[in-house]
Design a protein around this ligand. Sequence first.
Ligand SMILES: [Zn+2]
Length: 146
Amino acid sequence: MSHDARIVDAPSGAPQRFLPPISDAGEPFWDATRSTRLVIQWCRTCEQAIHFPREACPGCLGEDLEFRPGSEVGTVYAATMIPISANPTMAGRGPYVIVLVDLPEGVRLMSSVVGPGALEVAVGDEVRVAWEPLDDGRHLLVFVRE
Ligand SMILES: [Zn+2]
C-alpha cells in the first residue's frame, strides 16, 4: 500500500457487514476501495463534485464524468448515536454513531465514526477517512476522529 491508509477492524464477534451492492456508476468508487482509496465523481462540464456516483450530473445532466482522488478529512455536518440496532448485521457494534460528513469538494457522505471517542463526536468536528475491510476485498468507508 503506497499511501497512509488507516484500517480499522470490526469489533471482535461482530457479524460480517452487509455487502453494499455495486451500481454501474458506482463501480469505480468501489474498485478504489479495494486499495483503500477514496475517489469522488466529478462533472467535467460544470466542475461539480457528485456523491453518490450517478450516470449523469445532477447539476447540468452532463455525462462527461470522471473520478478524482477525494479528500481524507471532512467536517461533521450531523451525527446521531444508535444505542441498539434492530438490524442483525449490526449486532455487536452498538452503540454506534451515524454521521453526515462534508468534504471540501462539496459533497456530503453518510457513514459512521468508529474508534476512540466515536460516541462523543459532534457537529463541526473534523474526521478522517478510514477503511474497514469487507469480505469481498472491498473496504467500507468510515471515519475516525482526528
Ligand atoms: Zn455538471
